[in-house]
Structures are given as C-alpha cells and as structure tokens.
Design a protein around this ligand. Sequence first.
Ligand code: UN1
Length: 503
Amino acid sequence: MDNSTLQTLLAGLGVQLNDYQGSDIFSISPIDGKTLASLRADNAEEVQARIARAQSAFQHWRQVPAPRRGELVRLFGEELRTHKEALGKIVTLEAGKILQEGLGEVQEMIDICDFAVGLSRQLYGLTIASERPGHRMMEQWHPIGVVGVISAFNFPVAVWAWNAALAFVCGNSVTWKPSEKTPLTAIATHALFMKAVAKFGNDAPAGLAELIIGGRETGAQMVEDKRVALVSATGSTRMGRQVAEVCAKRLTRTILELGGNNAMIVAPSADLEMAVRGITFSAVGTAGQRCTTLRRLFVHDSIYDTLVPRLKKIYAGLPIGNPRDKSTLVGPLIDSASFDAMQTALAAAKNEQGQVFGGERTSVSGCEAGYYVRPALVEMPTQTQAMHHETFAPIMYIVRYTDLQQAIEWNNEVPQGLSSSIFTTDMREAERFVSAVGSDCGIANVNIGPSGAEIGGAFGGEKDTGGGRESGSDAWKAYMRRATNTFNYSNALPLAQGISFDI
Ligand code: UN1
C-alpha cells in the first residue's frame, strides 16, 4: 500500500491525522494487510465529554427551524459531491470495496442528504378530529436528543449518513462510534461534515456531530449513557441483542439493523438473463459482505439445470483481485477471521451433503496478505441447519424446489428477516410473494435481487434483523418524539368518553 496516497486523500479532505494518532486502534487495509494508520482510542472521560457536548449542542439545535437545519445537510451533501472520489477511494482502501462500490456508497450518502433536505420542510404531524365540541387535536414531532450511531465496517460511511442526515434535520445531535476496522473513513467523513458546519455559520453548535473512536467498550459506554436518547446500531445479531438489552433496561429507543440471510426464488417463468445478473451482483458484490447479500437461492426444478451451470461458469471466471483495479469485481474479505468463518461454514455445509463449488483462497499479486476468495456456490439437497446462519462472506446456497409454497416457507424459515426477492413474470406468483402470506422480510423485491436498495424506501428487517427502519419513507419518525396536543376553544370543559365529574 502506498501510504502517501492515503495521506494525500486525507489531506485533501482537511483531515489532520496527527490529531488522531496513537497506538490503540489499527486501520488495516484488507487489500494487502498493511497498516494504514494507528490511532488513539477515546478514553472513558473523553467519551463522556463528547456525549456532554452533543447533549448541549442538542439544546441549541432543537430551536433552529427545521428548514434551516436542512440547509446544513444540503451543504454537507455539496461537500460529498465535491469530494466523492476521494472519499470513495478511502472506502476502497479501508473496507476493500471495489472503487465503483466505494463511489456508490458515497452516492448513497449524497442521496440521503437530498432526501433529508426535502424532509426538513415536511416533518408533518396529523390533525385529528376531536370527539368533543369546540376542541381540536393535533400531533407534533419534536427533536428527541442525542442519537448514538454504531456502524459496521461494510458500509462504513453510508449507514452513518442515513442516520445522521435524518437526525440532523429532525433537530438532534449525533455521536458516532464507527467500526474499529474502519476509523479512517469515519474521520474523513467527519472532516467533510465539519467543512459544511464552517460554511453554515454560527447556528451549528459545537458538538452537533461527535466522533468517538474506540473498540467495543467505547461503544458500550455510549449505549449505556442515559443522555443518549436513541441508539441506532448496525452489525451482528449478537451485538444488537446486547444493545437491545441495555437500552430496554433504561427504556431507551433503538433502531437495530442486524443480520440478514437473504433469499431469492427463481420461478419457471423468470427472465433468466436478468436473473443471472441479479443473482451475481447480489451474491458476490462487496465480496458477499452486505447485510443484503444473497445467501440462499431457491431455483425451480424445471430451470435448475439451465441456470446453475451458467452460474458456475460465471463464478469460475469472476475477476477477483485488487479492488483498486478497474477490472476487479470481487475484492478481499475484511480479515482472516472472516476467511476462517467462511471455511467453517463451507465445512458445515459439506457435512450436510452440500456440494461446494469455489470458496478457496486466491492469491493476488502484490496483495499476498489480503484474504481473497473465490465466491462459493453450494448445492444443497434441501434447506439445512447450516443455511440458517449468516456467514458474512460470499457463500450462496442453492436448493431445488418444485412448489412455490415450499420455497416461500424456506424463505421465511430462518431467524433473520431482512431482504428477499423473486424472479418471475407470473403476476400471481409475484403478488403472492409480496403479500401478507408471502415473504416475511422487511424488503421483498420482484425481478430485482435482494441487495442494493435505494435510499427512498424504509430500510430494515424483521425477527433477528432487529425490526428497525432507517433511511427513506417515514423512517424519520423514529428520530423524533411525538406530542399529541388537544386544544379546547369552547367555554365548557366536557370530558372525553362522556364522563361527568361535577365538583
Ligand atoms: C448494509 O449492508 O449494512 O441495500 C447496508 C444495500 C445497500 C445498503 C446495505 N444500499 O445493499
């Protein structure tokens, strides 16, 4: 790795890396295993001070009119547009995504900023018909407080932006604990946000956005802090359960975006050309490290022997390599632990009569210490126990089905419930799949893979995925508190439910 490239990229974004240097957290590039930077973790007092600053920033920010708050997010979106390439490249260096996906991630941030700017003039509440004469009811949405965001390595900046862009227009401040595997992308993003703050002027209080660098304990401290009014966490189901327990104890809200174990059904009438492209992108994009990655494929018996050999051919020729090379489509896994988990999952599948195709480590010249793998296809006799687990690596299990009902049941049988899809041109099948008796996931797509959602929809899933919704639609409501107001403009005081209570 050429560290001077990184220095140049960071300097261009206004990052003074010296401010962060230390020996607690190491940013290691999955591209070649080299250390990009060694950083200092915030200690407990610093975390405490950051939350205090965010808390006092909130006191001021909540009074700034929402459309004016939107202006700050608009300026941030402008910074992202200007520096899209540099930030995308840093994502590639630190998370190992191919450049197109690094850029795509920044585009996702720009998109959510645009969405949030519009939203800043549309934080609508209802007016409600009162049952009493001379009365009216309405609801208002008010800022909630400090929003604590925990993000994962695989979308090191976009997921923060989904949360932060909404949180800011909703009148909240944000404390961010990024993955310890991707601190540099967070530092770079924070610097861009501070550029927007500088342009915005005095209305933006110090502490509006606080970045907390550290490991698990640092995140835990943020989650436990009573001043954090909402915790939005993305990561494993194990982590989410711990967050949920702590927050339930102190009756604090959470938005949880946890594991996915996403399936696709390919029906007899499917357009196979489209299905092949949809499957490949969803299963091998980001080297299988998206929470929306396609992990289970149910193929109808009548097309199985046409589709699966085609997929094998594509898998055999996938361009795996340095994600900085334009021709690469599959970059490295994040680290050796991820590689080990993949091998363990493949061994488990073999134990259950799985036929594994691919999955082996591949050496990439100049990047020998990186963990590059050929994505694996695993033909399974039926949906087995191994398929109930999410392994954050490119493994796609394939099962033959004959009856759509059976395939839908398999889709729903696993503990996770994030994303799902069906390829079919049969309208009855498509409608059934998205109906109340179809997929039980938060996302159910037709003739599109399960991965690569747009920001305009609410993003999230059910069951072990945690139930949270982020990003578009009315996900913003989770970042605000609702107040119901009843006004009496009559000269009497009638009670609701017809109660008479004469004194
Ligand atoms: C994630 O993997 O945590 O739908 C988020 C997608 C992306 C977001 C993934 N827009 O694949």
